[in-house]
Design a protein around this ligand. Structure first.
Ligand code: FES
Length: 79
């Protein structure tokens, strides 16, 4: 199945690591050609209450999105 990933590039999420995350996901995208779509989006409005960084994966909002957490969720979708 295709993994559609929206990475929040709002100020808060960017400061909390989403720029790094984007680079990691671009590497992952090379390993799974045609299976991962990455889109950088504006603030998803979930950044209050220490929930940043935020990523949306196939419509599901994932808060406190560490690279490990996101990559393992993406792998479940694409494998
Ligand atoms: S900056 Fe990412 S949810 Fe607001």
């Amino acid at each position: 199945m295709l993994a559609k990933v929206k990475i929040c590039m709002g100020t808060h999420c960017t400061m909390m690591g989403n720029l790094n995350l984007q680079e990691n996901l671009e590497d992952l995208q090379l390993e799974y050609p045609g299976k991962i779509e990455i889109e950088a989006v504006k603030c998803l409005k979930f950044c209050e209450d220490n929930k940043a960084p935020v990523v949306e994966l196939n419509g599901k909002i994932i808060t406190n999105a560490s690279a490990e957490k996101i990559i393992s969720e993406i792998l479940e979708v694409v494998r």
